[in-house]
Design a protein around this ligand. Structure first.
Ligand code: GLC
Length: 746
C-alpha cells in the first residue's frame, strides 16, 4: 500500500472515530443546536479563526514570541478566537468590543495563568499541597477564580496536575508532588474551586487541566525533555490526576510540550483521542501549550508547520496557542483534502460550546463589570484566606528541645538574603503586577507581631553570589540577640517553567552563613524558602529548628510569624520526598521492593543501595512535625478475611499527647504483598487532617473498598487479586505507627 493510501485509510478511520466522538454524544441539547446553527453560518476561515489563540500582551508573554501582528484588526476579521495574557475589565472589554465588530460577532475567550491567585497571591501549589487540606485548597482556587472572573477573565490555565518525582524539574512548584492519590484529590479540589457554581456563573472561570500528559517525568528533570515510560506506569501514576480533574468537570485540557514514548503529546491521538475524548468521553476542548504545535518541527515529528498543523488537529489538539500554524495552514490543508472538515468542525464545536455555556453569546460583556472588579479583586477577606492557606502550607522539619514556638520577649536577629524580600514571596507563576508592597516579607511579619524594637537585621549574604562580605555584620548582629531567625533559599524564579537545576543545594554560600551563625552559639531557627525540595544536609544535621516555607504569597510574612510564635501550630506534611543528593533522584516513597531490598541505611552488602550514601531521602513523603505530639493506638479492622464486595472498615485512636492544640495528617498506606505485577512497598490510600486539643483523643475511621486495592496489570486492565495486604497507619510514609495484615479473598 502506498504512503498516500495508508494515510487515506487512517484518515478515514480517524474521521469515523472523530464522528463517533462528536455524534455519539446524547441527543443534541439546546446548546448543541445553537452550536450547529452557528457552525452552519461560518466560513472555513472563520472556523479556523476560532482555533487560533494569541497572547495579548508581549511583555508578560509566557513563551517565545512570533512576529508582531495587529491583533485588534485580526479580532475584527474573526481570525482570533481567544487571547491570553489580557487582564482586567478595561483591557478585556476593549478586545471584546473588537470581536463584536466581526461578521458573526463570536465573542473572544480570555485566558490567563491564574495558578495560585489573581491579585491576592496564595502559596505556590506545591506549598498548598503540603497542607493536605482539601477544603482550604479548594477555597484558594475559588477565590482565585472569583477574582479572575471579576477581572474579565473566562479561563485559567490551571490546575497543573503533573506528578513529578524529580525536584530538579522547576515546575514541581506548580503541582501537587509525587503521589497520584494526593494529586488526584487536589486536582479535583482545584477544578471545583476554579469552576465554582459552574460555567455561566460570573464568579467562575473554566479550569484547564495540564499538561497532558506525563510532562513531570522529563528525563533528568530537564524541562521540555523526553518522557519515556511504560504504558502501565503512565496509567498507574501519571494519568490518575487528569482523570480526577475530568471527573470533577474540568472544562478544558492543555497538552504538553514533551514527547511521550516518541510521539509529541500535541500530536498524540493515543492521549487526546483514544484516552481523553474516547475512553474518558471528554466533551470540552484541548488547547495546545505555547507553540507546542510548531515545536513538532524541532521535535523531528513534523516536516514543517503545515505538517504540524495537520498532525495536531488530527490528533485532537483543538486550539493553537501562539504557534500560528492553524491560522497559516489549515485552510489549504482542508482545500487540499489533507485534513477533513469534520476535524475542524469538531474542534470549533467544542470551543463554541464553552462560549455558549459561559453565556458569552447572551452577553459578551457579562464578565466586564468594573464595579464588581473593584469590589472583589484584592478583597480583605481574600487576604485572610491567603494567610490561612499559607500557615497551613508551612512544614516544620525540625524543632530540637522545643526551641519553637518563640516567646515574644526575645531579641530576635532576623538575618539572611530572604529576610526582607517581598518579590520572592509571590513565587513563580504569579500574575504580574507593578506594586510589590502588597507582599508581606518575613521581617514585616515579625515586626507586625513583636514590634521593631524586638528585631535586629542583617542580610548576611546574597542568594547566588559567593561574597562573604556580609558575614561579620551578620555574626555581630546575632551576638546582640537572644535568637536568630535565618531566611535562606532560592529566588522565586529559580523554580518554575524552564528553571530546571542540576544542583539543588542551597545556592551560593548560604550554608556557610548558616555555619557562621551556628558558631556564635546562639540558637538559630532556619527558614528555607523555595519552590522545590532543596538539599541542605549540614543545616539539617546542625540547626536546632528548620521550617520549610516554600513561597507563601501575599501574606507570607504574617503566616510565618503566626507559626514562629505559635499562633498557629504547624501541620504541613511534605508532598514530595527530599533527596540527600541529586544522585539519589528520582527518590520517592512508593518504590518497588526489588529482589535485594535494603532493610536499613546500613544494609548495603549486595543490596539495592548506595555504598556512599543512605538510600533513604533526607525528608520523606508525608513528613512534617507539630509543636505537640500524637499517639496512635488501638488499630482495628472490620475483618481479616475481606470479601471483594465488602468494604474494609478501619479504625484507630489518635491522642494529642502534648501541650498545644494541633492538627495531625494521619495517613493510611497499603501494600499488596504478592501480585501479578510487582506492587510498591507503600501506596497512600487515605488521609485525614484531625484537630485535637491537648490530651484529647478521637477514634479515626477509614473505609477501603476493592477499588482501593486495585492496580493496572500489563494489559492495562484495572484489577485486584486475592492475597495478603498490609495496612499501615502513620504520621509519615517513613513513620508508620500501626499496622495489620488482612486477606482479600475471592
Ligand atoms: C506556558 C506553560 C503553560 C502556560 C502557557 C500559557 O509555556 O507551559 O503552563 O499555561 O504557556 O502561559
Amino acid at each position: 500500500m502506498t504512503r498516500y493510501s495508508v494515510w487515506l485509510v487512517s484518515c478515514t478511520l480517524l474521521c469515523q472515530v472523530v464522528t463517533a466522538q462528536v455524534t455519539s454524544s446524547k441527543t443534541p441539547d439546546a446548546t448543541d443546536k445553537k452550536v450547529a446553527a452557528l457552525l452552519a453560518k461560518m466560513t472555513l476561515e472563520e472556523k479556523i479563526g476560532q482555533l487560533n489563540q494569541y497572547t495579548g500582551d508581549r511583555i508578560t508573554a509566557t513563551g517565545p514570541l512570533g512576529k508582531p501582528i495587529d491583533k485588534v484588526q485580526q479580532v475584527r476579521e474573526g481570525k482570533i478566537g481567544s487571547l491570553l495574557n489580557v487582564k482586567g475589565v478595561a483591557e478585556t472589554r476593549k478586545m471584546q468590543e473588537a470581536a463584536m465588530e466581526s461578521r458573526l460577532k463570536i465573542p473572544l475567550l480570555f485566558g490567563l495563568d491564574v495558578i495560585h491567585g489573581y491579585k491576592v497571591t496564595f502559596p505556590i501549589p506545591l506549598a498548598e499541597a503540603a497542607s493536605w487540606d482539601l477544603a482550604a485548597i479548594e477555597n484558594a482556587a475559588r477565590i482565585a477564580g472569583k477574582e479572575a472572573a471579576a477581572a474579565g477573565l473566562h479561563w485559567t490555565f490551571a490546575p497543573m496536575v503533573d506528578i513529578s518525582r524529580d525536584p530538579r524539574w522547576g515546575r514541581v512548584m506548580e503541582g501537587a508532588g509525587e503521589d497520584p492519590y494526593l494529586g488526584s484529590l487536589i486536582a479535583k479540589a482545584r477544578v471545583k474551586g476554579f469552576q465554582g457554581a459552574g460555567l455561566g456563573d460570573t464568579a467562575a472561570v473554566m479550569a484547564c487541566v495540564k499538561h497532558f500528559a506525563a510532562y513531570g517525568a522529563a528525563i533528568a528533570g530537564r524541562d521540555y525533555n523526553t518522557v519515556d515510560m511504560s504504558p502501565r506506569l503512565l496509567w498507574e501514576v501519571y494519568l490518575p490526576p487528569f482523570k480526577a480533574a475530568l471527573d470533577a468537570g474540568a472544562a478544558t485540557f492543555m497538552n504538553s510540550f514533551n514527547e511521550l514514548n516518541g510521539v509529541p503529546a500535541t500530536a498524540s491521538s493515543y492521549l487526546q483521542r483514544d484516552i481523553l475524548k474516547g475512553k474518558w468521553n471528554f466533551k470540552g476542548f484541548v488547547v495546545s501549550d505555547w507553540n507546542s504545535i510548531g515545536e513538532m518541527v524541532p521535535h523531528g515529528f513534523a516536516a514543517d508547520r503545515a505538517d504540524a498543523a495537520r498532525l495536531a488537529i488530527t490528533a485532537g489538539s483543538d486550539m493553537d496557542m501562539e504557534s500560528h500554524s492553524y491560522i497559516d495552514h489549515l485552510q489549504k490543508l482542508v482545500t487540499d483534502k489533507k485534513v477533513s472538515i469534520a476535524l475542524i468542525d469538531d474542534a470549533v464545536s467544542r470551543i463554541l460550546r464553552k462560549k455558549f455555556e459561559l453565556g458569552l453569546f447572551d452577553d459578551p460583556f457579562r464578565f466586564s463589570n468594573e464595579a464588581r472588579e473593584k469590589k472583589i479583586v484584592n478583597a480583605p477577606e481574600h487576604k485572610a484566606a491567603a494567610r490561612d492557606m499559607a500557615r497551613k502550607s508551612i512544614v516544620l522539619l525540625k524543632n530540637e528541645n522545643g526551641l519553637l514556638p518563640l516567646s515574644t520577649d526575645k531579641k530576635i536577629a532576623v538575618i539572611g538574603p530572604l529576610a526582607k524580600s517581598k518579590t520572592d514571596m509571590k513565587g513563580f507563576w504569579s500574575v504580574k503586577w507593578n506594586d510589590e508592597d502588597e507582599l508581606v516579607s518575613l521581617y514585616e511579619g515579625l515586626e507586625a507581631r513583636v514590634g521593631k524594637d524586638a528585631l535586629l537585621y542583617a542580610k548576611g549574604c546574597g542568594i547566588k553570589d559567593s561574597s562573604r562580605a556580609g558575614f561579620d555584620e551578620a555574626v555581630a548582629t546575632a551576638a546582640k540577640a537572644d535568637i536568630v531567625v535565618l531566611a535562606v533559599g532560592e529566588t522565586f524564579d529559580m523554580s518554575g517553567e524552564a528553571k530546571s537545576r542540576a544542583n539543588i543545594h542551597l545556592p551560593g554560600i548560604q550554608e556557610e552563613l548558616v555555619k557562621a551563625l551556628h558558631a556564635t552559639g546562639k540558637p538559630v531557627v532556619v527558614l528555607v524558602m523555595a519552590g522545590r525540595p532543596l538539599i541542605f544536609n549540614w543545616t539539617a544535621d546542625h540547626a536546632p529548628a528548620i521550617v520549610y516555607t516554600w513561597w507563601l504569597g501575599t501574606e507570607a510574612g504574617h503566616a510565618m510569624a503566626d507559626v514562629l510564635f505559635g499562633n498557629y501550630n504547624p501541620s504541613g506534611k511534605l508532598p514530595m520526598s527530599f533527596p540527600r543528593s541529586e544522585g539519589q533522584i528520582p527518590v520517592y516513597y512508593n518504590y518497588n521492593n526489588t529482589g535485594r531490598p535494603s532493610s536499613n541505611d546500613k544494609d548495603i552488602n549486595y543490596r539495592s543501595a548506595y555504598i556512599d550514601m543512605p538510600n533513604s531521602p533526607r525528608y520523606a513523603f508525608g513528613y512534617g512535625l507539630s509543636y505537640t505530639g500524637f499517639k496512635y493506638d488501638a488499630l482495628n479492622l472490620s475483618t481479616e478475611k475481606l470479601q471483594r464486595k465488602d468494604p474494609l472498615q478501619v479504625s484507630f485512636t489518635l491522642t494529642n499527647t502534648g501541650k498545644y492544640a494541633g492538627e495531625e495528617v494521619v495517613q493510611l498506606y497499603i501494600r499488596d504483598m504478592v501480585a501479578s505485577v510487582v506492587r510498591p512497598v507503600k501506596e497512600l490510600k487515605g488521609f485525614q487532617k484531625i484537630m485535637l486539643r491537648p490530651g484529647e483523643s478521637k477514634t479515626i475511621s477509614f473505609r477501603l473498598t476493592e477499588a482501593d486495592l486495585s492496580f493496572y496489570n500489563n494489559d492495562l486492565k484495572k484489577i485486584t487479586e486475592a492475597g495478603t495486604f498490609k495496612l499501615m497507619i502513620g504520621s509519615a510514609s517513613n513513620d508508620i505507627r500501626l499496622e495489620k495484615s488482612f486477606e482479600l479473598i475471592n
